[in-house]
Design a protein around this ligand. Structure first.
Ligand SMILES: [Zn+2]
Ligand SMILES: [Zn+2]
Length: 116
């Protein structure tokens, strides 16, 4: 592969939006190019602000709250202690037993602690 084309790496498709007079919603700088097609109802950000916003949000999944699935209508019971289960951190499978939060934690800790 040839990387010495003078473009400084792989070139993303950039949309020329200089004719639209867009301004960065973060710092107010003129936005001339975007890596995506701008939506009229969405604020746009310059490259610096975009990077800052991404940094503060952090890696996806690290600190984001788990999405809980409401399963209260399914009348699920814990496969261990029989407690009714109203929420799960995942979509339940019909052929898989589900466990309440306590039993889940117990199972995981007994599974993972190897005599340390
Ligand atoms: Zn900006
Ligand atoms: Zn249980």
């Amino acid at each position: 592969m040839a990387f010495d084309n003078g473009n400084g790496g792989f070139s993303r498709q950039m949309y020329d939006v200089s004719a639209m007079g867009l301004k960065c919603a973060g710092c107010g700088k003129d936005v001339l190019e975007l890596p995506f097609e701008p939506k009229a109802d969405r604020p746009v950000y310059c490259r610096d602000c975009n990077r800052n916003r991404r940094d503060t949000r952090g890696p996806v999944g690290a600190s984001a709250p788990r999405q809980l699935v409401d399963v209260s209508a399914m009348n699920l019971k814990c496969g261990d202690c029989g407690a009714p289960i109203t929420e799960l951190p995942f979509e339940p499978k019909a052929d898989r037993p589900v466990y309440c939060r306590d039993c889940n934690r117990n199972r995981r800790s007994s599974f993972g602690s190897r005599s340390f």
